[in-house]
Design a binder for this molecule. Structure first.
Ligand code: SAM
Length: 281
Protein backbone atom coordinates (compact mmCIF):
# COMPACT_ATOMS: atom_id res chain seq x y z
CA UNK A 1 0.00 0.00 0.00
CA UNK A 2 1.49 3.31 -1.08
CA UNK A 3 0.67 6.19 1.26
CA UNK A 4 3.27 8.83 0.34
CA UNK A 5 1.83 12.02 -1.15
CA UNK A 6 4.32 14.57 -2.39
CA UNK A 7 1.83 17.47 -2.22
CA UNK A 8 2.52 17.72 1.54
CA UNK A 9 6.17 18.45 0.83
CA UNK A 10 6.06 20.41 -2.45
CA UNK A 11 8.64 23.20 -2.52
CA UNK A 12 10.34 22.26 0.77
CA UNK A 13 14.13 22.34 1.28
CA UNK A 14 14.53 18.86 -0.19
CA UNK A 15 12.63 19.81 -3.35
CA UNK A 16 14.72 22.96 -3.63
CA UNK A 17 18.01 21.03 -3.47
CA UNK A 18 16.78 18.37 -5.92
CA UNK A 19 15.18 20.74 -8.41
CA UNK A 20 17.99 23.32 -8.30
CA UNK A 21 20.43 20.52 -9.20
CA UNK A 22 18.06 19.23 -11.91
CA UNK A 23 17.80 22.69 -13.47
CA UNK A 24 21.61 23.09 -13.48
CA UNK A 25 21.97 19.73 -15.20
CA UNK A 26 19.28 20.35 -17.82
CA UNK A 27 20.65 23.82 -18.47
CA UNK A 28 24.07 22.31 -19.13
CA UNK A 29 22.74 19.47 -21.30
CA UNK A 30 20.56 21.72 -23.46
CA UNK A 31 23.54 23.92 -24.36
CA UNK A 32 24.68 21.23 -26.78
CA UNK A 33 22.81 21.07 -30.07
CA UNK A 34 21.78 17.41 -29.72
CA UNK A 35 18.46 16.03 -28.43
CA UNK A 36 18.28 14.28 -25.08
CA UNK A 37 16.09 11.98 -22.99
CA UNK A 38 14.90 12.89 -19.50
CA UNK A 39 13.64 9.96 -17.44
CA UNK A 40 11.80 10.39 -14.13
CA UNK A 41 11.35 7.03 -12.34
CA UNK A 42 9.12 8.47 -9.57
CA UNK A 43 7.40 11.39 -11.27
CA UNK A 44 4.65 12.25 -8.76
CA UNK A 45 1.83 14.58 -9.85
CA UNK A 46 4.06 16.70 -12.07
CA UNK A 47 2.76 19.99 -10.65
CA UNK A 48 1.43 21.06 -7.21
CA UNK A 49 -1.19 23.57 -6.12
CA UNK A 50 0.27 25.40 -3.11
CA UNK A 51 -3.22 26.52 -2.11
CA UNK A 52 -4.45 22.95 -1.67
CA UNK A 53 -5.23 21.60 1.82
CA UNK A 54 -2.40 19.08 1.45
CA UNK A 55 0.26 21.67 0.59
CA UNK A 56 -1.00 24.11 3.23
CA UNK A 57 -1.14 21.52 6.02
CA UNK A 58 2.47 22.10 7.11
CA UNK A 59 3.24 24.75 4.46
CA UNK A 60 6.72 23.27 4.01
CA UNK A 61 7.24 25.52 0.98
CA UNK A 62 7.35 28.57 3.28
CA UNK A 63 10.75 27.52 4.66
CA UNK A 64 11.89 26.20 1.29
CA UNK A 65 11.18 27.83 -2.05
CA UNK A 66 9.54 30.94 -0.57
CA UNK A 67 12.67 31.75 1.43
CA UNK A 68 14.85 31.32 -1.64
CA UNK A 69 12.57 33.42 -3.83
CA UNK A 70 12.77 36.18 -1.22
CA UNK A 71 16.59 36.13 -1.11
CA UNK A 72 18.00 39.12 -2.99
CA UNK A 73 21.40 37.76 -3.89
CA UNK A 74 20.58 34.58 -5.85
CA UNK A 75 23.55 33.14 -7.73
CA UNK A 76 23.64 32.96 -11.56
CA UNK A 77 23.61 29.13 -11.26
CA UNK A 78 20.18 29.37 -9.59
CA UNK A 79 18.62 31.72 -12.14
CA UNK A 80 17.25 29.03 -14.47
CA UNK A 81 15.52 27.22 -11.60
CA UNK A 82 14.22 30.40 -10.00
CA UNK A 83 12.84 31.88 -13.19
CA UNK A 84 10.78 28.73 -13.89
CA UNK A 85 9.62 28.44 -10.29
CA UNK A 86 8.70 32.13 -10.07
CA UNK A 87 6.33 31.83 -13.04
CA UNK A 88 4.54 28.91 -11.33
CA UNK A 89 4.65 30.49 -7.86
CA UNK A 90 2.85 33.56 -9.24
CA UNK A 91 -0.08 31.21 -9.92
CA UNK A 92 0.13 29.56 -6.45
CA UNK A 93 1.80 26.51 -7.97
CA UNK A 94 5.09 24.68 -7.58
CA UNK A 95 6.54 22.64 -10.48
CA UNK A 96 7.46 19.04 -9.68
CA UNK A 97 10.39 17.52 -11.52
CA UNK A 98 8.30 16.69 -14.65
CA UNK A 99 6.94 20.23 -15.05
CA UNK A 100 10.35 21.76 -14.36
CA UNK A 101 12.00 19.49 -16.94
CA UNK A 102 9.23 20.17 -19.48
CA UNK A 103 9.92 23.90 -19.16
CA UNK A 104 13.66 23.47 -19.71
CA UNK A 105 13.68 20.89 -22.49
CA UNK A 106 13.52 21.68 -26.23
CA UNK A 107 11.06 20.50 -28.91
CA UNK A 108 13.24 17.53 -29.96
CA UNK A 109 13.95 16.34 -26.42
CA UNK A 110 11.94 13.55 -24.83
CA UNK A 111 10.44 12.96 -21.37
CA UNK A 112 9.72 9.48 -19.97
CA UNK A 113 7.68 9.85 -16.78
CA UNK A 114 6.83 6.89 -14.54
CA UNK A 115 4.48 6.85 -11.54
CA UNK A 116 2.93 3.92 -9.70
CA UNK A 117 0.25 5.51 -7.51
CA UNK A 118 -3.19 5.70 -9.21
CA UNK A 119 -4.15 9.23 -8.14
CA UNK A 120 -0.69 10.66 -8.68
CA UNK A 121 -0.59 9.07 -12.12
CA UNK A 122 -3.97 10.60 -13.02
CA UNK A 123 -2.62 14.01 -11.95
CA UNK A 124 0.56 13.44 -13.93
CA UNK A 125 -1.46 12.60 -17.06
CA UNK A 126 -3.58 15.68 -16.50
CA UNK A 127 -0.58 17.98 -16.16
CA UNK A 128 1.89 16.50 -18.66
CA UNK A 129 -0.17 14.15 -20.85
CA UNK A 130 -0.82 16.81 -23.49
CA UNK A 131 2.90 17.42 -24.06
CA UNK A 132 3.86 15.61 -27.29
CA UNK A 133 7.44 15.13 -25.98
CA UNK A 134 6.22 13.28 -22.87
CA UNK A 135 5.34 9.60 -22.40
CA UNK A 136 3.60 8.93 -19.06
CA UNK A 137 3.86 5.33 -17.80
CA UNK A 138 1.69 3.92 -14.99
CA UNK A 139 4.28 1.49 -13.70
CA UNK A 140 7.06 0.71 -11.24
CA UNK A 141 9.82 3.16 -12.17
CA UNK A 142 12.69 0.95 -11.01
CA UNK A 143 11.58 -1.85 -13.32
CA UNK A 144 10.62 0.61 -16.04
CA UNK A 145 13.96 2.39 -16.17
CA UNK A 146 15.78 -0.89 -16.81
CA UNK A 147 13.27 -1.87 -19.49
CA UNK A 148 13.42 1.50 -21.28
CA UNK A 149 17.14 2.29 -21.08
CA UNK A 150 19.27 3.05 -22.95
CA UNK A 151 16.63 5.37 -24.38
CA UNK A 152 16.40 7.12 -27.73
CA UNK A 153 17.91 9.71 -27.89
CA UNK A 154 20.73 7.98 -26.05
CA UNK A 155 22.11 11.15 -24.49
CA UNK A 156 20.37 11.97 -21.24
CA UNK A 157 19.54 11.91 -17.58
CA UNK A 158 17.59 9.72 -15.15
CA UNK A 159 16.16 11.17 -11.93
CA UNK A 160 15.49 8.53 -9.24
CA UNK A 161 13.37 10.14 -6.54
CA UNK A 162 11.60 7.47 -4.44
CA UNK A 163 9.58 8.07 -1.26
CA UNK A 164 11.72 5.57 0.73
CA UNK A 165 8.62 4.28 2.55
CA UNK A 166 9.47 0.60 2.08
CA UNK A 167 12.23 -1.09 4.11
CA UNK A 168 14.00 -2.53 1.10
CA UNK A 169 13.80 0.59 -1.07
CA UNK A 170 17.45 1.56 -0.47
CA UNK A 171 18.61 -1.89 -1.57
CA UNK A 172 16.29 -1.82 -4.61
CA UNK A 173 17.84 1.48 -5.64
CA UNK A 174 21.46 0.36 -5.38
CA UNK A 175 20.62 -2.81 -7.33
CA UNK A 176 18.80 -0.84 -10.03
CA UNK A 177 21.53 1.79 -10.31
CA UNK A 178 24.19 -0.87 -10.72
CA UNK A 179 22.26 -2.53 -13.57
CA UNK A 180 21.31 0.77 -15.17
CA UNK A 181 24.90 2.06 -15.18
CA UNK A 182 26.00 -1.18 -16.79
CA UNK A 183 23.24 -1.04 -19.47
CA UNK A 184 23.74 2.65 -20.19
CA UNK A 185 27.32 3.64 -19.18
CA UNK A 186 27.05 7.20 -20.54
CA UNK A 187 23.68 8.01 -18.93
CA UNK A 188 23.64 10.56 -16.12
CA UNK A 189 22.00 9.14 -13.00
CA UNK A 190 20.76 11.47 -10.23
CA UNK A 191 19.44 9.89 -7.01
CA UNK A 192 17.67 11.84 -4.27
CA UNK A 193 17.85 10.48 -0.69
CA UNK A 194 16.67 11.68 2.73
CA UNK A 195 18.91 12.41 5.73
CA UNK A 196 16.98 10.97 8.67
CA UNK A 197 17.30 10.69 12.45
CA UNK A 198 20.18 8.50 13.72
CA UNK A 199 17.89 5.53 14.40
CA UNK A 200 16.57 5.44 10.82
CA UNK A 201 19.29 6.99 8.68
CA UNK A 202 20.14 4.58 5.88
CA UNK A 203 21.77 7.09 3.52
CA UNK A 204 25.42 6.40 4.55
CA UNK A 205 24.79 2.71 4.02
CA UNK A 206 23.28 3.28 0.58
CA UNK A 207 26.20 5.49 -0.49
CA UNK A 208 28.67 2.85 0.69
CA UNK A 209 26.90 0.30 -1.49
CA UNK A 210 26.87 2.60 -4.49
CA UNK A 211 30.65 3.09 -4.10
CA UNK A 212 31.20 -0.65 -3.67
CA UNK A 213 29.54 -1.25 -7.04
CA UNK A 214 32.43 0.68 -8.64
CA UNK A 215 30.62 3.31 -10.72
CA UNK A 216 32.78 5.30 -13.15
CA UNK A 217 32.41 8.24 -10.75
CA UNK A 218 30.10 9.41 -7.95
CA UNK A 219 29.48 12.91 -6.63
CA UNK A 220 27.26 13.78 -3.65
CA UNK A 221 25.71 17.04 -2.46
CA UNK A 222 23.88 17.20 0.88
CA UNK A 223 22.00 19.95 2.68
CA UNK A 224 20.62 19.70 6.20
CA UNK A 225 18.54 22.52 7.60
CA UNK A 226 18.79 21.60 11.29
CA UNK A 227 20.67 19.20 13.56
CA UNK A 228 20.08 15.47 13.22
CA UNK A 229 17.56 14.06 15.70
CA UNK A 230 18.20 10.77 17.49
CA UNK A 231 14.78 9.15 16.86
CA UNK A 232 12.52 10.91 14.36
CA UNK A 233 12.33 13.28 11.45
CA UNK A 234 14.18 14.31 8.31
CA UNK A 235 16.77 17.05 8.85
CA UNK A 236 17.96 17.23 5.26
CA UNK A 237 18.57 15.41 2.02
CA UNK A 238 21.17 14.59 -0.55
CA UNK A 239 21.71 14.05 -4.24
CA UNK A 240 24.10 11.42 -5.60
CA UNK A 241 25.22 11.69 -9.22
CA UNK A 242 26.89 9.30 -11.62
CA UNK A 243 28.39 10.90 -14.75
CA UNK A 244 27.89 14.46 -13.56
CA UNK A 245 29.00 16.63 -16.54
CA UNK A 246 32.26 18.56 -16.47
CA UNK A 247 32.20 21.65 -14.20
CA UNK A 248 28.65 21.05 -12.94
CA UNK A 249 30.15 20.00 -9.59
CA UNK A 250 31.44 23.57 -9.14
CA UNK A 251 28.02 25.05 -9.91
CA UNK A 252 26.38 22.68 -7.44
CA UNK A 253 28.92 23.61 -4.76
CA UNK A 254 28.09 27.28 -5.25
CA UNK A 255 24.37 26.63 -5.06
CA UNK A 256 24.80 24.50 -1.96
CA UNK A 257 26.60 27.37 -0.20
CA UNK A 258 23.72 29.69 -1.04
CA UNK A 259 21.07 27.20 0.06
CA UNK A 260 22.94 26.72 3.32
CA UNK A 261 22.97 30.47 3.89
CA UNK A 262 19.30 30.92 2.98
CA UNK A 263 17.50 27.80 4.20
CA UNK A 264 19.30 26.47 7.27
CA UNK A 265 18.88 27.21 10.95
CA UNK A 266 20.84 26.18 14.05
CA UNK A 267 22.69 22.92 13.46
CA UNK A 268 22.25 23.15 9.67
CA UNK A 269 25.03 22.58 7.14
CA UNK A 270 26.07 21.07 3.85
CA UNK A 271 28.71 18.91 2.21
CA UNK A 272 29.72 18.00 -1.30
CA UNK A 273 32.39 15.59 -2.46
CA UNK A 274 33.46 13.09 -5.07
CA UNK A 275 33.08 9.68 -3.42
CA UNK A 276 34.51 8.17 -6.61
CA UNK A 277 36.62 10.67 -8.55
CA UNK A 278 36.20 10.77 -12.35
CA UNK A 279 39.28 9.78 -14.33
CA UNK A 280 39.59 13.21 -16.06
CA UNK A 281 40.22 15.06 -12.79
N1 SAM B 1 10.00 13.40 -8.55
C1 SAM B 1 8.87 14.16 -8.05
C2 SAM B 1 9.24 15.62 -8.00
O1 SAM B 1 10.41 15.94 -7.76
O2 SAM B 1 8.37 16.46 -8.21
C3 SAM B 1 8.42 13.71 -6.68
C4 SAM B 1 8.28 12.23 -6.52
S1 SAM B 1 7.76 11.72 -4.94
C5 SAM B 1 9.14 12.01 -3.93
C6 SAM B 1 7.80 9.97 -5.09
C7 SAM B 1 6.70 9.41 -5.97
O3 SAM B 1 7.00 8.04 -6.26
C8 SAM B 1 5.33 9.37 -5.32
O4 SAM B 1 4.42 10.06 -6.15
C9 SAM B 1 4.96 7.89 -5.24
O5 SAM B 1 3.57 7.63 -5.48
C10 SAM B 1 5.79 7.31 -6.35
N2 SAM B 1 6.19 5.90 -6.24
C11 SAM B 1 6.40 5.13 -5.15
N3 SAM B 1 6.91 3.94 -5.50
C12 SAM B 1 7.04 3.94 -6.86
C13 SAM B 1 7.56 3.02 -7.81
N4 SAM B 1 8.04 1.83 -7.44
N5 SAM B 1 7.56 3.39 -9.11
C14 SAM B 1 7.07 4.59 -9.51
N6 SAM B 1 6.58 5.50 -8.64
C15 SAM B 1 6.57 5.19 -7.34
Amino acid sequence: MLSYKHAFHAGNHADVLKHACLAILLNKLTQKNKPLSYIDTHAGSGLYNLNSDDARKNAEFADGIDRLLAARDALPALQTYLSVVRSFRDQEQYPGSPALAAQLLRPDDRLILMELHNNEFANLKHHLGHDPRAACHHRNGLEGVLALCPPTPKRGLVLIDPPYELNDEYVQITTTVKQLHRKWPTGIIAIWYPLLAHARNQAPHMLKHLVKDKPANLFVAELWVKAQDSEFGMHGSGMAFINLPWQVDEQIRGVLAQLEKTLTGKGGGSRSEWLVAPSHR
